[in-house]
Design a protein around this ligand. Structure first.
Ligand code: PGA
Length: 251
């Protein structure tokens, strides 16, 4: 199965209006016209309308970093799927480890968010990954399958028809410690196998991205592995030349 590669930029809580304008303009002008990689940019919420305007017609997709699991109502500070849709988002990151570990999002809440994103016709980028002590305890597969199974149970396997998974070992995020291509590939293949227990065709088609200190100089090796279909990029997505190199490193 040939899956179209995807590279998503997770800007996290970075940027200003003028920095964003410069970054988008540099990315647009450096983008190869024949690039077969799909690209998604996920800026902070307030910048969505402006980034939507700047990306108009260039083929790069817009995404959000988080969303509420609720439809609307008395949820101060929250943002709904329909609001994201209003500003042209087609992708939404759900269950990023910073949401899970800093803001206490449970597997259950993440699964509810995933379901909400799918129900609105957008594509969730579901993040899965183990903490350092979990890897050291040898329970990486247990953790990742627990996180995945909760989503399958709540949203149903069919909802993965239009979803992306990002494997992000927490110990590799923002630390400069990248998983080796072998370590990443091992977990990617494991995730695909878990999905295949429910649906072979979904397991075969779904894109599984790697995230965690992907840089311009290690992206190509990671992306060359059979089950790694692209990346979710934090720090390196804020530097246009690095991000462009990463986008061009997909097989
Ligand atoms: P990083 O972040 O590339 O800065 O490690 C990745 C992520 O958190 O999605």
């Amino acid at each position: 199965m040939l899956r179209q590669p995807l590279v998503a930029a997770n800007w996290k809580m970075n940027g200003t209006l003028s920095e964003n304008q410069g970054l988008i303009s540099d990315i647009k002008s450096g983008l190869a016209s024949d690039l077969s990689t799909e690209i998604v940019i996920c800026p902070p919420y307030p910048y969505l309308p402006e980034i939507q305007r700047l990306l108009d017609g260039c083929g790069i997709q817009l995404g959000a970093q988080n969303v509420s699991e609720h439809e609307s109502g008395a949820y101060t500070g929250e943002v709904s799927v329909s609001m994201l849709k209003d500003y042209g988002c087609t992708y939404v990151i759900v269950g990023h480890s910073e949401r899970r570990n800093i803001y206490g999002e449970s597997d259950h809440v993440v699964a509810e968010k995933f379901k909400m994103v799918v129900s609105c016709g957008m594509v969730p980028i579901l993040c899965l990954g183990e903490l350092l002590d979990e890897r050291e305890a040898g329970i990486t597969e247990e953790v990742v399958s627990r996180q995945l199974l909760e989503v399958i149970n709540i949203a149903g396997i069919d909802s993965f028809e239009n979803a992306v998974i990002a494997y992000e070992p927490v110990w590799a995020i923002g630390t400069g410690l990248t998983a080796t291509p072998e370590q990443a590939e091992e977990v990617h293949a494991f995730i695909r196998l878990q999905l295949a227990r429910h649906s072979d065709s979904i397991a075969d088609r779904i894109k599984i991205l790697y995230g965690g200190s992907v840089k311009a100089d290690n992206a190509a090796e990671l992306f060359s592995r059979a089950d790694i279909d692209g990346g979710l990029i934090g720090g390196a997505s804020l530097i246009a030349t690095d991000f462009l190199t990463i986008c061009q490193s997909t097989r």
